[in-house]
Design a protein around this ligand. Structure first.
Ligand code: NAD
Length: 727
């Protein structure tokens, strides 16, 4: 199959077109790389060819590397990855040198990249090796190197070239944050060279103009913008960059550290040696289990879930009109994301002013977006025009989905359900956004429990990417399909779980918060608790998170759980409950009262841990080892995830992993709770459970499933992954 084709024009320009048949986006495959290499050899050797233009036959240039290439390289271990990467370096270096004399830089043929649209990952690394990059004036195109977001870094020369082109500071946001930008911004940042109406024509003209093609770093006396490490300014930059990366990642992300090492070490040596250094660090990152787990969860599985991996086989259920009940914090956010997705919204509250307030929230959101250049007045008007804020239930007469976000009260929700069902069409699906009440119980108020479901958003709705869909005992397939189609429309990532106390995400996060508070009650230094969590890559430590979600909410949840569980309420929660109550009685409700585990200034900025904590719970003289603190925090979460799987609340471990990272920020480098346990190995994990259970209590008891896997030498993805299911 030909992925790259070449046409030599009478004008002396060879046009190499990348166009993989039958795919909407180009990705670089091994075959493709070999074809490109051969085409370059041919064009460089042909005297009739004066210059080369590399372009794409699609709307975009390329989306990145075919992940099978990396998987293939990994089969042969470190040497296989290193050799594979070096062969790509050789090809790209051949493009960059283009037949020039090694010493004099004389001769050679100009090679330009003409990008019709998006160029990501290797799709940008290839153009960076060319002599000039032309991009179509297409504001929707994305230019960037997003590798870091899935636990790797640009390893086909992108790191070395971008740093040499922009300097360390200039390149850092693109390399370290994986930021992508539109062509105009890419030009002003210096990543690409020209934005053109017709990039191929502009590139052709340029290659025929006998341009200078030698790259600055291949010329004598090249100096890196901003200075290399041996330059005083460059040295400062590296000190700063190192501190910044560690400040942001807490050292928990192997790819960020490796990237910085590749940049630092590469900046001190000639270009070709720098490429070798880049390849070595890239190899170490690829062989680290974190990168495989991150790619699997944050790229492959996230996409599979978004495309409906677990959608029942039911006809299209695209939502046209959604009724949002309750225009409070959640209802306003749900109205916003729905209207943004082009769905008509009826936003209902008890009083007109409450409904209007919900709509005003949407308006303010857009005003801020317009100020920041992220939205336009037209988009804002279109979205606002779609929202009918009212108290009139009759406006729901043609709604096909209802999402209820009224007070968390069974009686209030039951009444709303009945009143809504009296006016909506027979086939309308009714969803509740409850965070704690069992769906099966709420469905009792419905005449049509098979059309009743949970659609659980996280706060703030417009920011959080995960939506948890919960099936009650009687929920039917069409309700699931409708919810999944809706989540696809609003461009979020869904997981589908069965009904159980706190569903999935909150079920796992509550033990994390409790374990953090429990340690403080035991006398562990609060700073040790929160810092241990950050060092694991958790975005927020448990104590800070309790402050954010509020201490009164923690007490409310504990009280409701006690009521529901009666005698079965775990005795070891008492120290946690007592500590929360002591804080509450002190008026410390968390961020909302500007006082909690942390102290805050009058503007609400955290100023440090509250110095009164020591009087409340004296700290121990002998503090535990940081790894023990981390294991308590991690096992508290992952054992809950395993129990959710054991009990059938989770049906797919992919959802457990993706949901954990997107829902509560579970250590993304690990790929999620099940991936983390796989990295640990079931045998060691079971042994560690036994040790923790013996020392800290039965909440760490090893679940039977994990024990069974340990005895059989199984991994979660081996036993429950899609490959295992297919076998
Ligand atoms: P909120 O108090 O901000 O808003 C509730 C709104 O519902 C209020 O505007 C109220 O006037 C309105 N309301 C009450 N009874 C009504 C009725 N009979 N008819 C129409 N409107 C009525 O609460 P919230 O934080 O938006 O939470 C709403 C729901 O979402 C709750 O079930 C909550 O558990 C759930 N939830 C909340 C969060 C969160 O972080 N706040 C997260 C996930 C789910």
């Amino acid at each position: 199959m030909s992925e790259f084709t070449m046409e030599k024009g009478a004008d002396g320009v060879a046009i190499i077109t990348w166009d993989i048949p039958g795919k909407s986006m180009n990705v670089l495959t091994l075959d493709g790389a070999a074809q490109l290499d051969a085409a370059i050899d041919d064009a460089l050797a042909d005297d009739a060819v004066k210059g080369i233009v590399i372009t794409s036959g699609k709307d975009a240039f390329a989306g990145g590397m075919d992940l099978n290439v990396l998987a293939g390289m990994k089969e042969d271990g470190a040497q296989g990855v290193f050799d594979g990467v070096m062969s790509l370096h050789h090809m790209l270096r051949k493009i960059e040198r283009a037949g020039m004399e090694p010493k004099t830089n004389k001769g050679g043929k100009p090679i330009a990249a003409a990008l019709p649209g998006t160029a990501m990952g290797i799709g940008l690394e290839l153009p960076l090796a060319c002599h000039r990059i032309f991009v179509a004036d297409n504001p929707k195109a994305k230019i960037g190197l997003p590798e870091i977001m899935v636990g790797i870094f640009p390893g086909s020369g992108g790191t070395t070239r971008l740093v040499r082109k922009l300097g360390v500071m200039g390149a850092s946001q693109y390399l370290l944050q994986g930021k992508s930008v539109d062509p105009k911004k890419a030009k002003s940042a210096g990543i690409i060279d020209e934005v053109a109406a017709d990039p191929v024509a502009a590139a052709k003209e340029w290659v025929l103009s006998e341009p200078k093609i030698v790259k600055p770093w291949d010329e004598k006396g090249y100096k890196m913008p901003g200075g290399a490490p041996y330059h005083p300014a460059g040295f400062q930059t590296f000190v700063g960059a190192n501190a910044m990366v560690n400040g942001q990642t807490w050292g928990a992300f192997p790819a960020a550290k490796a990237l910085l090492s590749a940049v630092y070490e590469g900046a001190m040596v000639p270009f070709d040696t720098a490429l070798k250094i880049e390849a070595r660090w890239f190899t170490s990152v690829i062989l680290n289990p974190s990168s495989g787990a991150m790619i699997r969860s944050l790229f492959l599985n996230k996409e599979a879930l978004e495309k409906g991996a677990n959608r029942p086989d039911v006809a299209d259920q695209t939502v046209k009109k959604v009724g949002v009940m309750g225009a409070g914090m959640m209802g306003a956010g749900i109205a916003l994301v729905s209207a943004q997705a082009g769905i008509e919204v009826v936003l209902i509250d008890q009083k007109q002013e409450a409904a209007d307030k919900g709509k005003a929230y949407v308006e303010t959101y857009f005003e801020k977006g317009i100020k920041r250049g992220k939205s336009t007045p037209e988009k804002a008007k279109a979205a606002l025009d779609r929202i009918n804020a009212t108290t009139d239930y009759n406006a729901l007469s043609d709604a096909d989905l209802i999402i209820e976000a009224v007070f968390e009260d069974v009686g209030v929700k039951a009444e709303v359900t009945k009143n809504v069902e009296a006016v909506v069409p027979e086939d309308c699906i009714f969803a509740t956004n409850t965070s704690t009440l069992p769906i099966t119980d709420l469905a009792k108020a419905s005449k049509r429990p098979e059309q009743f479901i949970g659609i659980h958003f996280f706060s703030p709705v417009e920011k959080m990417a995960l939506v948890e869909i919960i099936k009650g005992a009687e929920t039917g397939d069409r309700a699931v399909a409708k919810s999944l189609d809706y989540v696809r429309q609003i461009r979020k990532t869904p997981i589908v779980v069965n009904d159980a106390r706190f569903f999935y995400a909150n079920r796992c996060i509550i033990p994390y918060l409790n374990e953090g508070a429990r340690m403080v009650a035991e006398g562990v230094e609060p700073a040790l608790v929160d810092n241990a969590a950050r060092l694991l890559g958790m975005p927020v430590g448990p104590l800070q998170l309790i402050d954010e979600t509020s201490i009164d909410l923690a007490i409310k949840i504990a009280t409701a759980t006690k009521q529901a569980l009666g005698d079965k309420y775990p005795a070891d929660n008492k120290p946690v409950d007592d500590l929360m109550m002591a804080l509450y009685n002190d008026g410390r409700l968390g961020r909302k009262s500007n006082a909690g585990f942390y102290s805050y200034d009058e503007k609400g900025k955290r100023t440090g841990l509250w110095d009164g904590l020591d009087a409340l719970t004296p700290t121990l003289d002998d503090q535990p080892d940081v790894t023990e603190v981390q294991h308590r925090l991690m096992f508290a979460q992952v054992l809950e995830a395993v129990r959710a799987l054991e009990e059938g609340v989770l049906e797919d471990i992919r959802e457990g992993d993706v949901g954990a990272i997107l829902g509560w920020g579970f250590a993304p480098w690990s790929g999620g709770p099940f991936s983390w346990l796989d990295i640990l190995g079931a045998e060691y994990a079971a042994e560690r459970c036994d040790q923790l259970a013996q020392k800290f209590g039965p909440r760490f008891s090893c679940p039977d499933l994990l024990r069974d896997m340990a005895s059989k030498g199984q991994s979660f993805y081996g036993r429950f992954g899609p490959e295992a299911a297919a076998a």
